[in-house]
Design a protein around this ligand. Structure first.
Ligand code: SAH
Length: 457
């Protein structure tokens, strides 16, 4: 059969890709279709045709999958945030588990991996789990402000009154700011003309402390009549910190380097388990505190600490995992590339009275080899939690040379995880356990925690 662009075809969706698009076939020709899920039978218009595969647009659901659910949010389809809201949560978890499994089988070559996989660990309530929101602001209809989220793959703002991933209080904050902007004619930054004041609104909430931070990111120095806004925002229970962040750069970067505290403290505090963390507008902090605890407890379990161990936590951020491990280890060394994060890490260690941690600023793949060669440092356990691109090969090689008993690999990208595990397996490390944890419900993202043990010496 000849496959033609702009023609419609009836397609059964049999799989889902890593970005959440449904996958179906016209004979042998593979078609990716956004907004469809496994089990759908759909009329699809082909919008792009390549040699072996193409992309289609959903025209009509002929037979909806039994796993479809009605999204809570009316913007779910357009918004770039929740790509899986139309799929039942049970199936979302299954999908994520399979994503990890398939990567480990196909890329890693771990054919029997399913036997040692744990989870998926999901949430009891997979909504309103985020402690942080960054709302872009712009000009909406009738010259009124639009505040919300970017539509998928674009920078056009969907004006949102309620986001079901955020706590209700975050909607309340936005409501107050929206009203203030209208009343006092606060301009919004326009990416094309590079003019206008307000760029983004950042909200952060400490789930265990109830402390709230509001940070207004502006292309300028101050907000007119800001005292009035402060007065209104401080009526919200839990308001702890109101700040400005100055960003005059004409880039996609949300936050600038300078923060000014307008009211209250310059930070909020939150706990994961027993450990207290200070969070400022610029700090990196995990966005789903409930599941972070689940993930870190897995990492701690896999690390198998008795109190005698020397542990390295590589890509440590503000030391969240390091401090969690330090509760049970003899000494923890953390390495992180961002100097401000290490400042936070050191302060957090001090605030928790933890003296058995040392933090290094630098690249993990440079600091660890250097410390090993020059200072003959040792590790019983090494924990890595790299960004999406995974670990540098030099680092994996140093791990091999250092011969720790256990390696715990925390990953936000199953593909690079599988690639790196294959390398470590070649170095004599056996994959013992794999836990799949859902940190980002309603989206396609998934976290994995893996235990590897040394099999030879
Ligand atoms: N473990 C932390 C943060 C993980 S995110 C937590 O759970 O909160 C990954 C971290 O790796 C980021 O903080 C990023 O700044 C850092 N990073 C990126 N490349 C790095 C490198 N080459 N060496 C060390 N840290 C790096």
């Amino acid at each position: 059969m000849e496959i033609k662009k702009n023609e419609c075809y009836e397609i059964s969706i049999v799989d889902m890709a890593e970005d959440g698009q449904g996958i179906g076939k016209i004979e042998d020709f593979v078609v990716f279709v956004k907004d469809t899920v496994i089990g759908d039978v759909a009329r699809v218009k082909l919008v792009k045709v390549l040699k072996h595969y193409g992309f289609g647009r959903l025209e009509e659901l002929i037979l909806p999958s039994k796993d479809r659910v009605e999204p809570l949010c009316k913007h779910a389809k357009a918004c770039g945030g929740c790509t899986l809201q139309h799929l039942s949560y049970e199936k979302q978890l299954e999908y994520k588990f399979d994503q990890v499994k398939n990567c480990l089988v196909r890329i890693g070559g771990f054919l029997d991996i399913e036997k040692i996989m744990e989870g998926p660990y999901g949430m009891e309530n997979p909504f309103r789990y985020r402690n942080k929101a960054q709302f872009p602001t712009g000009m909406g209809k009738n010259f009124k402000p639009a505040i919300g989220f970017y539509a998928g793959r674009t920078h056009s703002i969907i004006d949102t009154r309620e986001c079901f991933l955020q706590l209700e209080v975050s909607d309340e904050v936005i409501g107050i700011i929206r009203e203030f902007m209208e009343e006092f004619h606060i301009s919004t930054y326009d990416e094309t003309s590079k003019k206008g004041l307000l760029r983004h609104i950042l909200t952060r909430v400490g789930f265990t402390t109830g402390e709230i931070m509001v940070c207004l990111i502006i292309n300028g120095k101050k907000i007119p009549n800001v005292e009035e806004l402060i007065q209104r925002l401080t009526k919200i229970e839990g308001m702890t910190s109101i700040c400005l962040n100055i960003n005059k750069e004409h880039t996609n970067k949300i936050l600038g380097d300078t923060c000014v505290t307008l009211w209250g403290k310059g930070y909020i505090e939150d706990y994961i388990g027993e450990v207290k963390y200070q969070i400022s507008p610029l700090s990196f902090y995990q966005v789903n505190p409930v599941q972070t605890k689940v993930l870190y407890e897995k990492a701690l379990e896999y690390a198998g600490l008795t109190g005698e161990e020397t542990v390295w936590d590589l890509y440590c951020g503000i030391g969240t995992i390091s401090l969690f491990l330090a509760q049970k280890a003899k000494w923890v060394y953390g390495v992180e590339i961002v100097p401000q994060a290490i400042e936070d890490a050191r302060r957090n260690a001090k605030n928790n009275g933890m003296e058995n941690v040392t933090f290094f600023v630098g690249k993990a793949e440079e600091v660890l080899p250097k410390e090993y060669e020059e200072n003959k440092v040792y590790a019983k356990v090494i924990v890595v939690d790299p960004p999406r691109k995974g670990c540098d090969e030099t680092l994996l090689k140093t791990i091999y040379e250092m011969q720790p008993e256990r390696v715990v690999y925390v990953s936000c990208n199953p593909a690079t995880l599988a690639r790196d595990l294959k390398i470590l397996a070649g170095y004599g490390y056996e994959v013992k356990k794999v836990a799949v944890v859902d940190q980002f419900c309603q989206t396609v993202h998934v976290e994995t925690c893996v235990l590897l043990c040394r099999t030879n010496s």
